[in-house]
Design a protein around this ligand. Structure first.
Ligand code: BG6
Length: 480
Protein backbone atom coordinates (compact mmCIF):
# COMPACT_ATOMS: atom_id res chain seq x y z
CA UNK A 1 0.00 0.00 0.00
CA UNK A 2 0.79 3.69 0.10
CA UNK A 3 1.53 6.10 -2.71
CA UNK A 4 4.05 4.96 -5.31
CA UNK A 5 7.22 6.84 -6.14
CA UNK A 6 7.61 5.10 -9.50
CA UNK A 7 5.47 2.86 -11.63
CA UNK A 8 7.27 0.68 -14.17
CA UNK A 9 4.99 -0.58 -16.93
CA UNK A 10 6.00 -3.56 -19.07
CA UNK A 11 4.15 -3.35 -22.37
CA UNK A 12 4.24 -6.77 -23.97
CA UNK A 13 4.28 -8.46 -20.57
CA UNK A 14 3.26 -11.85 -21.96
CA UNK A 15 6.09 -11.96 -24.49
CA UNK A 16 9.49 -13.55 -24.77
CA UNK A 17 11.62 -10.54 -23.88
CA UNK A 18 9.48 -9.78 -20.83
CA UNK A 19 9.79 -13.22 -19.33
CA UNK A 20 13.42 -13.80 -20.25
CA UNK A 21 14.88 -10.38 -19.51
CA UNK A 22 12.60 -7.70 -18.14
CA UNK A 23 10.87 -9.46 -15.24
CA UNK A 24 14.06 -11.22 -14.13
CA UNK A 25 15.92 -7.90 -14.24
CA UNK A 26 13.22 -6.12 -12.22
CA UNK A 27 13.33 -8.96 -9.72
CA UNK A 28 17.14 -8.78 -9.30
CA UNK A 29 17.01 -5.02 -8.85
CA UNK A 30 14.20 -5.40 -6.32
CA UNK A 31 15.95 -8.25 -4.49
CA UNK A 32 19.18 -6.29 -4.20
CA UNK A 33 17.37 -3.20 -2.94
CA UNK A 34 18.55 -1.11 -5.87
CA UNK A 35 15.19 0.34 -6.91
CA UNK A 36 13.75 3.49 -5.36
CA UNK A 37 11.46 2.62 -2.45
CA UNK A 38 7.79 2.34 -3.41
CA UNK A 39 8.33 1.26 -6.97
CA UNK A 40 5.41 -0.70 -8.44
CA UNK A 41 5.12 -2.75 -11.61
CA UNK A 42 2.29 -3.16 -14.08
CA UNK A 43 2.32 -5.66 -16.91
CA UNK A 44 0.21 -4.94 -19.97
CA UNK A 45 -0.49 -7.08 -23.01
CA UNK A 46 -3.36 -8.50 -25.02
CA UNK A 47 -3.70 -11.91 -23.38
CA UNK A 48 -6.12 -12.31 -20.49
CA UNK A 49 -3.61 -13.23 -17.80
CA UNK A 50 -3.02 -12.78 -14.10
CA UNK A 51 0.09 -11.82 -12.17
CA UNK A 52 0.34 -15.49 -11.32
CA UNK A 53 0.59 -16.41 -15.00
CA UNK A 54 3.34 -13.83 -15.47
CA UNK A 55 5.14 -15.27 -12.47
CA UNK A 56 4.97 -18.79 -13.90
CA UNK A 57 6.39 -17.61 -17.20
CA UNK A 58 9.22 -15.59 -15.70
CA UNK A 59 10.27 -17.82 -12.79
CA UNK A 60 12.42 -20.19 -14.86
CA UNK A 61 14.57 -17.18 -15.83
CA UNK A 62 14.71 -15.44 -12.45
CA UNK A 63 17.43 -17.59 -10.86
CA UNK A 64 15.76 -17.54 -7.46
CA UNK A 65 18.08 -18.86 -4.77
CA UNK A 66 17.19 -20.84 -1.68
CA UNK A 67 15.88 -18.57 1.02
CA UNK A 68 14.59 -15.97 -1.43
CA UNK A 69 11.08 -17.44 -1.74
CA UNK A 70 9.51 -14.84 0.51
CA UNK A 71 11.21 -12.00 -1.32
CA UNK A 72 9.81 -13.36 -4.58
CA UNK A 73 6.33 -13.25 -3.06
CA UNK A 74 6.90 -9.64 -2.02
CA UNK A 75 8.03 -8.84 -5.53
CA UNK A 76 4.93 -10.23 -7.15
CA UNK A 77 2.75 -8.50 -4.54
CA UNK A 78 3.80 -5.16 -5.96
CA UNK A 79 2.99 -6.35 -9.49
CA UNK A 80 -0.27 -5.92 -11.32
CA UNK A 81 -1.42 -7.09 -14.70
CA UNK A 82 -3.83 -5.50 -17.13
CA UNK A 83 -5.07 -7.06 -20.36
CA UNK A 84 -5.64 -4.55 -23.11
CA UNK A 85 -5.21 -4.11 -26.82
CA UNK A 86 -2.41 -2.04 -28.29
CA UNK A 87 -4.67 0.34 -30.17
CA UNK A 88 -7.63 0.97 -27.90
CA UNK A 89 -7.65 4.37 -26.19
CA UNK A 90 -10.15 2.93 -23.70
CA UNK A 91 -7.74 0.22 -22.65
CA UNK A 92 -4.96 2.74 -22.20
CA UNK A 93 -7.29 4.80 -19.97
CA UNK A 94 -7.67 1.69 -17.86
CA UNK A 95 -3.90 1.48 -17.64
CA UNK A 96 -3.69 5.15 -16.76
CA UNK A 97 -6.32 4.74 -14.02
CA UNK A 98 -4.35 1.88 -12.54
CA UNK A 99 -1.25 4.08 -12.42
CA UNK A 100 -3.18 7.04 -11.01
CA UNK A 101 -4.49 4.87 -8.24
CA UNK A 102 -0.95 4.69 -6.97
CA UNK A 103 -0.80 8.45 -6.55
CA UNK A 104 1.31 11.02 -8.30
CA UNK A 105 4.48 9.23 -9.44
CA UNK A 106 7.18 8.96 -12.06
CA UNK A 107 6.34 6.61 -14.90
CA UNK A 108 8.52 4.27 -16.90
CA UNK A 109 7.17 2.44 -19.93
CA UNK A 110 9.15 -0.45 -21.35
CA UNK A 111 8.14 -1.32 -24.92
CA UNK A 112 8.85 -5.05 -25.09
CA UNK A 113 6.74 -5.22 -28.23
CA UNK A 114 6.88 -6.16 -31.88
CA UNK A 115 7.70 -3.06 -33.98
CA UNK A 116 4.34 -3.30 -35.76
CA UNK A 117 2.55 -1.92 -32.69
CA UNK A 118 5.13 0.73 -31.68
CA UNK A 119 3.26 3.53 -33.36
CA UNK A 120 -0.18 2.87 -31.90
CA UNK A 121 1.19 2.15 -28.43
CA UNK A 122 3.28 5.31 -28.27
CA UNK A 123 0.41 7.43 -29.60
CA UNK A 124 -1.82 6.04 -26.88
CA UNK A 125 0.80 6.51 -24.19
CA UNK A 126 1.25 10.11 -25.20
CA UNK A 127 -2.48 10.78 -25.34
CA UNK A 128 -3.44 9.01 -22.14
CA UNK A 129 -0.64 7.83 -19.90
CA UNK A 130 1.85 10.66 -19.39
CA UNK A 131 2.55 11.69 -15.80
CA UNK A 132 1.35 15.04 -14.62
CA UNK A 133 2.67 17.87 -12.51
CA UNK A 134 6.33 17.66 -11.57
CA UNK A 135 6.70 13.93 -12.24
CA UNK A 136 8.54 12.54 -15.24
CA UNK A 137 7.74 9.92 -17.87
CA UNK A 138 10.42 7.84 -19.59
CA UNK A 139 9.95 5.46 -22.50
CA UNK A 140 12.34 2.57 -23.10
CA UNK A 141 12.53 1.15 -26.60
CA UNK A 142 14.18 -1.99 -27.87
CA UNK A 143 15.54 -2.80 -31.26
CA UNK A 144 14.67 -3.28 -34.04
CA UNK A 145 14.67 0.48 -34.59
CA UNK A 146 13.48 0.03 -38.15
CA UNK A 147 15.02 -2.16 -40.84
CA UNK A 148 16.91 0.43 -42.83
CA UNK A 149 17.57 4.15 -42.92
CA UNK A 150 14.11 5.03 -44.18
CA UNK A 151 12.05 2.98 -41.75
CA UNK A 152 14.29 3.97 -38.88
CA UNK A 153 13.88 7.64 -39.74
CA UNK A 154 10.14 7.18 -39.89
CA UNK A 155 10.14 5.65 -36.42
CA UNK A 156 12.49 8.33 -35.09
CA UNK A 157 10.30 11.09 -36.45
CA UNK A 158 7.23 9.46 -34.99
CA UNK A 159 8.84 9.12 -31.56
CA UNK A 160 10.41 12.54 -31.50
CA UNK A 161 7.08 14.14 -32.36
CA UNK A 162 5.68 12.56 -29.20
CA UNK A 163 8.56 12.59 -26.74
CA UNK A 164 11.57 14.71 -25.97
CA UNK A 165 14.94 13.05 -26.54
CA UNK A 166 15.53 13.03 -22.78
CA UNK A 167 12.37 10.99 -22.34
CA UNK A 168 13.52 8.31 -24.81
CA UNK A 169 15.82 5.47 -23.84
CA UNK A 170 16.85 3.35 -26.82
CA UNK A 171 18.45 0.19 -25.50
CA UNK A 172 21.47 -1.45 -27.01
CA UNK A 173 22.17 -3.93 -24.26
CA UNK A 174 25.84 -4.23 -25.25
CA UNK A 175 26.29 -0.79 -23.75
CA UNK A 176 25.35 -2.28 -20.38
CA UNK A 177 28.19 -4.82 -20.44
CA UNK A 178 31.10 -4.38 -18.07
CA UNK A 179 33.84 -4.56 -20.69
CA UNK A 180 32.06 -2.30 -23.12
CA UNK A 181 31.77 0.31 -20.38
CA UNK A 182 35.42 -0.33 -19.58
CA UNK A 183 36.57 0.82 -23.02
CA UNK A 184 36.37 4.50 -22.12
CA UNK A 185 38.33 4.00 -18.92
CA UNK A 186 41.01 1.90 -20.59
CA UNK A 187 41.45 4.46 -23.31
CA UNK A 188 41.16 7.71 -21.43
CA UNK A 189 42.51 6.86 -17.98
CA UNK A 190 45.79 5.29 -19.16
CA UNK A 191 48.58 7.48 -20.40
CA UNK A 192 50.32 4.57 -22.11
CA UNK A 193 47.65 4.02 -24.74
CA UNK A 194 46.95 7.52 -25.96
CA UNK A 195 50.14 8.09 -28.03
CA UNK A 196 49.71 4.81 -29.93
CA UNK A 197 45.94 4.82 -30.34
CA UNK A 198 45.98 5.87 -33.97
CA UNK A 199 47.10 4.97 -37.50
CA UNK A 200 50.77 5.23 -36.51
CA UNK A 201 50.46 2.71 -33.71
CA UNK A 202 47.61 0.44 -34.72
CA UNK A 203 47.57 -1.90 -37.72
CA UNK A 204 44.03 -3.25 -37.48
CA UNK A 205 41.08 -3.60 -35.14
CA UNK A 206 38.85 -6.66 -34.99
CA UNK A 207 35.52 -6.70 -33.17
CA UNK A 208 33.91 -10.14 -33.02
CA UNK A 209 30.70 -11.70 -31.85
CA UNK A 210 30.30 -15.47 -31.94
CA UNK A 211 27.40 -17.60 -30.78
CA UNK A 212 27.35 -21.40 -30.60
CA UNK A 213 23.67 -21.81 -31.48
CA UNK A 214 21.44 -21.20 -34.48
CA UNK A 215 18.04 -19.59 -34.80
CA UNK A 216 16.43 -21.78 -32.11
CA UNK A 217 12.94 -21.30 -33.47
CA UNK A 218 13.42 -17.55 -33.99
CA UNK A 219 14.06 -18.18 -37.67
CA UNK A 220 10.96 -16.28 -38.76
CA UNK A 221 12.09 -13.14 -36.96
CA UNK A 222 15.71 -13.62 -37.82
CA UNK A 223 15.20 -14.10 -41.53
CA UNK A 224 13.63 -10.69 -41.88
CA UNK A 225 16.69 -9.11 -40.28
CA UNK A 226 19.79 -11.24 -40.68
CA UNK A 227 22.99 -11.05 -38.69
CA UNK A 228 23.98 -7.61 -39.99
CA UNK A 229 20.88 -5.96 -38.52
CA UNK A 230 20.69 -8.28 -35.54
CA UNK A 231 24.21 -7.73 -34.22
CA UNK A 232 26.57 -5.80 -36.49
CA UNK A 233 24.70 -2.57 -37.14
CA UNK A 234 24.00 -2.07 -33.43
CA UNK A 235 26.14 -4.01 -30.93
CA UNK A 236 29.38 -4.15 -32.93
CA UNK A 237 29.04 -0.59 -34.19
CA UNK A 238 28.59 0.69 -30.66
CA UNK A 239 31.82 -1.03 -29.67
CA UNK A 240 33.54 0.41 -32.72
CA UNK A 241 32.54 3.95 -31.82
CA UNK A 242 33.91 3.52 -28.30
CA UNK A 243 37.22 2.25 -29.68
CA UNK A 244 37.52 4.94 -32.33
CA UNK A 245 35.96 8.13 -30.95
CA UNK A 246 37.94 11.13 -29.79
CA UNK A 247 38.13 11.88 -26.09
CA UNK A 248 34.97 13.72 -25.07
CA UNK A 249 35.44 16.96 -23.12
CA UNK A 250 33.57 15.48 -20.13
CA UNK A 251 31.87 12.21 -19.28
CA UNK A 252 28.37 13.57 -19.60
CA UNK A 253 25.96 11.84 -21.91
CA UNK A 254 25.74 14.56 -24.55
CA UNK A 255 29.50 15.05 -24.76
CA UNK A 256 30.10 11.33 -25.16
CA UNK A 257 27.36 10.84 -27.70
CA UNK A 258 28.53 13.86 -29.68
CA UNK A 259 31.90 12.16 -30.11
CA UNK A 260 30.29 8.89 -31.09
CA UNK A 261 28.27 10.61 -33.78
CA UNK A 262 31.36 12.38 -35.11
CA UNK A 263 33.25 9.16 -35.59
CA UNK A 264 30.25 7.51 -37.25
CA UNK A 265 30.05 10.43 -39.66
CA UNK A 266 33.62 9.66 -40.75
CA UNK A 267 32.69 6.14 -41.85
CA UNK A 268 31.67 5.49 -45.43
CA UNK A 269 28.85 3.05 -46.24
CA UNK A 270 30.04 -0.55 -46.40
CA UNK A 271 30.54 -1.92 -49.89
CA UNK A 272 29.46 -5.49 -50.51
CA UNK A 273 32.99 -6.13 -51.83
CA UNK A 274 34.21 -5.41 -48.33
CA UNK A 275 32.24 -8.25 -46.78
CA UNK A 276 32.16 -12.02 -46.43
CA UNK A 277 28.65 -13.37 -45.95
CA UNK A 278 27.88 -16.84 -44.67
CA UNK A 279 24.98 -19.12 -43.80
CA UNK A 280 25.21 -22.27 -41.70
CA UNK A 281 24.32 -25.77 -42.78
CA UNK A 282 23.69 -28.73 -40.49
CA UNK A 283 26.63 -30.74 -39.26
CA UNK A 284 26.76 -34.06 -41.12
CA UNK A 285 26.12 -36.80 -38.60
CA UNK A 286 25.39 -34.16 -35.94
CA UNK A 287 22.77 -34.65 -33.23
CA UNK A 288 19.78 -32.46 -32.45
CA UNK A 289 20.23 -28.77 -33.12
CA UNK A 290 23.64 -29.04 -34.73
CA UNK A 291 22.25 -31.24 -37.47
CA UNK A 292 19.86 -28.43 -38.43
CA UNK A 293 21.02 -25.97 -41.03
CA UNK A 294 19.53 -22.51 -41.24
CA UNK A 295 17.38 -23.54 -44.20
CA UNK A 296 16.14 -26.59 -42.28
CA UNK A 297 14.39 -24.29 -39.78
CA UNK A 298 10.73 -24.56 -40.85
CA UNK A 299 10.13 -20.88 -40.02
CA UNK A 300 12.83 -19.78 -42.49
CA UNK A 301 11.57 -19.19 -46.06
CA UNK A 302 12.81 -21.73 -48.61
CA UNK A 303 15.98 -20.72 -50.38
CA UNK A 304 16.60 -17.72 -48.12
CA UNK A 305 19.96 -16.00 -48.69
CA UNK A 306 19.89 -14.17 -45.35
CA UNK A 307 23.37 -14.16 -43.83
CA UNK A 308 23.82 -15.77 -40.42
CA UNK A 309 27.50 -14.83 -40.52
CA UNK A 310 29.13 -11.65 -41.73
CA UNK A 311 32.57 -10.10 -41.75
CA UNK A 312 32.91 -6.53 -42.95
CA UNK A 313 35.72 -4.03 -43.06
CA UNK A 314 34.94 -0.41 -42.26
CA UNK A 315 37.13 2.61 -42.81
CA UNK A 316 37.14 5.60 -40.53
CA UNK A 317 38.22 8.48 -42.73
CA UNK A 318 39.68 10.90 -40.27
CA UNK A 319 43.12 12.03 -39.28
CA UNK A 320 43.45 9.47 -36.50
CA UNK A 321 42.34 6.37 -38.39
CA UNK A 322 42.80 6.80 -42.12
CA UNK A 323 43.98 3.47 -43.55
CA UNK A 324 43.31 1.34 -40.46
CA UNK A 325 40.89 -1.51 -41.18
CA UNK A 326 38.11 -1.94 -38.62
CA UNK A 327 36.94 -5.49 -39.11
CA UNK A 328 33.56 -6.48 -37.71
CA UNK A 329 32.76 -10.17 -37.60
CA UNK A 330 29.66 -11.89 -36.26
CA UNK A 331 27.93 -15.20 -36.61
CA UNK A 332 25.48 -17.73 -35.27
CA UNK A 333 26.00 -21.48 -34.98
CA UNK A 334 29.75 -21.15 -34.57
CA UNK A 335 32.19 -23.10 -32.39
CA UNK A 336 31.93 -20.94 -29.26
CA UNK A 337 30.27 -18.05 -27.46
CA UNK A 338 32.59 -15.10 -27.49
CA UNK A 339 32.58 -11.36 -27.92
CA UNK A 340 35.88 -9.53 -27.99
CA UNK A 341 37.89 -6.63 -29.35
CA UNK A 342 41.41 -7.11 -30.71
CA UNK A 343 43.59 -4.10 -31.23
CA UNK A 344 46.61 -5.16 -33.21
CA UNK A 345 49.59 -2.83 -33.04
CA UNK A 346 52.05 -2.30 -35.85
CA UNK A 347 55.16 -4.41 -36.26
CA UNK A 348 58.29 -3.31 -34.43
CA UNK A 349 60.33 -1.03 -36.65
CA UNK A 350 63.94 -2.06 -37.30
CA UNK A 351 63.52 -5.47 -35.75
CA UNK A 352 66.89 -6.92 -34.61
CA UNK A 353 65.68 -10.38 -33.66
CA UNK A 354 65.63 -13.49 -35.87
CA UNK A 355 63.04 -13.38 -38.61
CA UNK A 356 59.54 -14.22 -37.48
CA UNK A 357 60.37 -14.36 -33.79
CA UNK A 358 58.83 -11.06 -32.79
CA UNK A 359 55.05 -11.01 -32.91
CA UNK A 360 52.88 -7.95 -32.88
CA UNK A 361 51.56 -6.54 -29.64
CA UNK A 362 47.87 -7.03 -29.31
CA UNK A 363 45.44 -5.66 -26.76
CA UNK A 364 42.46 -7.93 -26.26
CA UNK A 365 39.30 -6.87 -24.49
CA UNK A 366 37.17 -9.92 -23.91
CA UNK A 367 33.57 -8.86 -23.41
CA UNK A 368 32.25 -12.36 -22.74
CA UNK A 369 32.51 -14.96 -21.41
CA UNK A 370 35.19 -14.59 -18.72
CA UNK A 371 35.73 -10.84 -18.87
CA UNK A 372 39.36 -9.97 -19.38
CA UNK A 373 41.78 -7.40 -20.69
CA UNK A 374 45.15 -8.70 -21.77
CA UNK A 375 48.08 -7.34 -23.67
CA UNK A 376 50.06 -9.76 -25.74
CA UNK A 377 53.69 -8.79 -25.67
CA UNK A 378 57.17 -10.16 -26.19
CA UNK A 379 59.51 -11.08 -23.36
CA UNK A 380 62.73 -13.01 -23.07
CA UNK A 381 62.19 -16.74 -22.65
CA UNK A 382 63.15 -17.35 -19.05
CA UNK A 383 66.46 -19.11 -18.56
CA UNK A 384 69.79 -19.38 -20.33
CA UNK A 385 68.57 -18.77 -23.85
CA UNK A 386 68.09 -15.36 -25.35
CA UNK A 387 64.98 -16.07 -27.36
CA UNK A 388 61.91 -13.94 -27.61
CA UNK A 389 58.66 -15.36 -26.44
CA UNK A 390 55.09 -14.16 -26.71
CA UNK A 391 53.40 -13.70 -23.33
CA UNK A 392 50.62 -11.66 -21.74
CA UNK A 393 50.03 -8.95 -19.22
CA UNK A 394 46.80 -10.46 -18.08
CA UNK A 395 43.87 -8.90 -16.27
CA UNK A 396 41.41 -11.75 -16.06
CA UNK A 397 38.56 -10.62 -13.90
CA UNK A 398 37.82 -13.96 -12.25
CA UNK A 399 41.35 -14.26 -10.88
CA UNK A 400 41.96 -10.58 -10.17
CA UNK A 401 38.65 -9.97 -8.38
CA UNK A 402 37.57 -12.71 -5.98
CA UNK A 403 33.84 -13.46 -5.66
CA UNK A 404 33.11 -10.98 -8.37
CA UNK A 405 29.47 -10.68 -9.35
CA UNK A 406 28.96 -8.43 -12.32
CA UNK A 407 25.46 -7.07 -12.91
CA UNK A 408 23.62 -8.14 -16.00
CA UNK A 409 23.58 -5.57 -18.79
CA UNK A 410 19.84 -5.03 -18.42
CA UNK A 411 20.15 -4.41 -14.66
CA UNK A 412 22.53 -1.55 -15.20
CA UNK A 413 20.57 -0.05 -18.04
CA UNK A 414 17.18 -0.19 -16.37
CA UNK A 415 18.64 1.36 -13.26
CA UNK A 416 20.11 4.10 -15.43
CA UNK A 417 16.63 4.85 -16.73
CA UNK A 418 15.40 5.33 -13.17
CA UNK A 419 18.35 7.66 -12.54
CA UNK A 420 17.97 9.53 -15.82
CA UNK A 421 21.46 8.65 -17.04
CA UNK A 422 21.50 8.48 -20.83
CA UNK A 423 25.21 7.77 -21.42
CA UNK A 424 24.58 4.18 -22.40
CA UNK A 425 21.52 4.72 -24.56
CA UNK A 426 21.49 5.33 -28.28
CA UNK A 427 20.72 8.86 -29.42
CA UNK A 428 18.66 9.32 -32.57
CA UNK A 429 21.55 10.76 -34.59
CA UNK A 430 23.75 7.76 -33.73
CA UNK A 431 21.02 5.52 -35.02
CA UNK A 432 20.74 7.54 -38.19
CA UNK A 433 24.46 7.26 -38.89
CA UNK A 434 24.60 3.54 -38.17
CA UNK A 435 21.78 2.91 -40.64
CA UNK A 436 23.38 5.19 -43.22
CA UNK A 437 26.49 3.02 -43.08
CA UNK A 438 24.68 -0.30 -43.55
CA UNK A 439 21.58 0.46 -45.63
CA UNK A 440 23.21 0.37 -49.10
CA UNK A 441 24.75 -3.02 -48.28
CA UNK A 442 21.46 -4.37 -46.95
CA UNK A 443 19.62 -3.15 -50.04
CA UNK A 444 22.16 -4.78 -52.28
CA UNK A 445 21.81 -8.09 -50.44
CA UNK A 446 18.04 -7.91 -50.76
CA UNK A 447 17.96 -7.03 -54.44
CA UNK A 448 20.89 -9.05 -55.78
CA UNK A 449 20.52 -11.97 -53.39
CA UNK A 450 24.17 -13.04 -53.42
CA UNK A 451 24.50 -16.63 -52.28
CA UNK A 452 26.14 -16.71 -48.85
CA UNK A 453 29.09 -19.04 -48.33
CA UNK A 454 27.99 -22.08 -46.39
CA UNK A 455 29.69 -23.11 -43.17
CA UNK A 456 29.04 -26.04 -40.92
CA UNK A 457 27.16 -25.62 -37.64
CA UNK A 458 29.72 -25.52 -34.85
CA UNK A 459 32.65 -24.48 -37.05
CA UNK A 460 34.64 -21.22 -37.02
CA UNK A 461 32.64 -19.92 -39.99
CA UNK A 462 33.75 -19.65 -43.62
CA UNK A 463 37.51 -19.87 -44.09
CA UNK A 464 37.11 -17.04 -46.58
CA UNK A 465 36.57 -14.79 -43.58
CA UNK A 466 39.97 -15.67 -42.13
CA UNK A 467 41.61 -15.02 -45.49
CA UNK A 468 39.73 -11.75 -45.81
CA UNK A 469 41.03 -10.65 -42.41
CA UNK A 470 44.58 -11.75 -43.16
CA UNK A 471 44.43 -9.64 -46.33
CA UNK A 472 43.44 -6.66 -44.21
CA UNK A 473 46.43 -6.56 -41.95
CA UNK A 474 45.20 -8.82 -39.21
CA UNK A 475 48.11 -11.16 -38.50
CA UNK A 476 47.32 -14.07 -36.33
CA UNK A 477 48.79 -17.45 -35.75
CA UNK A 478 46.33 -19.02 -33.30
CA UNK A 479 42.57 -19.13 -33.51
CA UNK A 480 40.38 -16.24 -32.62
C1 BG6 B 1 20.46 -9.74 -29.38
C2 BG6 B 1 20.27 -10.47 -30.67
O1 BG6 B 1 20.41 -8.36 -29.60
O2 BG6 B 1 21.72 -10.07 -28.82
C3 BG6 B 1 20.38 -11.97 -30.45
O3 BG6 B 1 18.99 -10.17 -31.20
C4 BG6 B 1 21.67 -12.31 -29.74
O4 BG6 B 1 20.31 -12.66 -31.69
C5 BG6 B 1 21.85 -11.43 -28.50
O5 BG6 B 1 21.61 -13.67 -29.37
C6 BG6 B 1 23.21 -11.65 -27.86
O6 BG6 B 1 23.25 -11.03 -26.60
P1 BG6 B 1 24.25 -11.55 -25.49
O7 BG6 B 1 24.11 -10.55 -24.39
O8 BG6 B 1 23.80 -12.93 -25.11
O9 BG6 B 1 25.61 -11.55 -26.10
Amino acid sequence: GGAASHVFVVLGASGDLAKKKIYPTLWWLFRDGLLPPKTYFIGYSRSKLTVDDIKKKALPFMKVKNGEEQKVEQFFKINEYIAGSYDSPGDFSKLNKAIEQKGSCNRLFYLALPPTVYESVTLNLKATCMSKSDKWTRVIVEKPFGKDLESSNRLSNHLSALFKEEELYRIDHYLGKEMVQNLMVLRFANRIFSPVWNRDGIASVVISFKEPFGTQGRGGYFDEFGIIRDVMQNHLMQILTLVAMEKPPTTNAEDIRNEKVKVLKSIQPVDIKDTVLGQYVGKPGGKGDEAQGYLDDPTVPKGSVTPTFATAVLHVKNERWDGVPFILRCGKALNERKAEVRIQFKDVAGDIFPDGEVKRNELVIRVQPDEAVYLKMMAKSPGMSFNCEETELDLSYSSRYKDLKLPDAYERLILDVFSGIQINFVRSDELYEAWRIFTPLLNKIETEKPKPITYVYGSRGPKESDEFMADRDFKYTGTY
